[in-house]
Design a protein. Structure first.
Length: 188
């Protein structure tokens, strides 16, 4: 008998912390791209600038800037430190300040830092299964505080956009650092 309505395989799936499927956009950041975000200038100078820090896979089914669409991403942050500061994402505000985002932990251990326009910071523990709602107007950055890769999913509106400049010029007022083998939030 003909099956008029066959069950199709999904267009995308997660496999081994990667996103697999057509039109997945890959990007990566090395220490070289992130030198300005780490506080210990001496330590960054002695690191290999080619050291990989994190990778992102993203499925972006509509053009960037279009309203009403959603993007799905997975970010993998390698374990590592610059001096005592753990590897982390660059961090950003969304260009459209009303646009929120969901993050969820998939593997490893870390901290999600958010910061509002009054520089008020909140730190949430991230682990496999953790769910994080990032309200519009909050800057967000993820820090890998573990000894293994940290991976997390993200879902954000297609018209959110990314504003990295403000984080580069007036970054987060805290840094997550190793103190005797434990992550600690250090005020800058
Ligand atoms: C995420 C981030 C991703 C990489 O998909 O873009 O984790 O972090 P940076 O963009 O700060 O380098 C997201 O927040 N999208 O909006
Ligand atoms: Zn974002």
């Amino acid at each position: 008998m003909d099956n008029k309505f066959p069950i199709e395989p999904p267009v995308h799936r997660f496999s081994d912390q990667m996103m697999v499927g057509c039109e997945v956009v890959h990007s990566s950041r090395k220490l070289n791209d992130l030198a300005d975000i780490f506080v210990d200038r001496e330590a960054i100078g002695s690191c290999d600038p080619d050291t990989p820090v994190y990778e992102v896979d993203a499925y972006m089914p509509v053009a960037e800037g279009v309203s009403g669409g959603l993007y799905l991403g997975v970010t993998r942050i390698l374990p590592g430190k610059v001096g005592r500061e753990y590897f982390m994402t660059k961090g950003h505000f969304h260009r459209l300040e009303t646009r929120p985002e969901f993050y969820w932990g998939m593997q490893g251990e870390g901290v999600l830092l958010t910061m509002d326009r009054n520089c008020r910071v909140r730190a949430e523990a991230m682990f496999a299964g953790s769910i994080h709602y990032i309200a519009g107007g909050l800057a967000h950055r993820v820090v890998n505080t573990g000894n293994a890769q940290l991976s997390f999913g993200a879902c954000w509106p297609s018209d959110a956009g990314h504003n990295y400049e403000e984080i580069l010029h007036a970054g987060f007022p805290v840094s997550v650092q190793d103190r005797d083998g434990e992550p600690a939030l250090i005020e800058l």
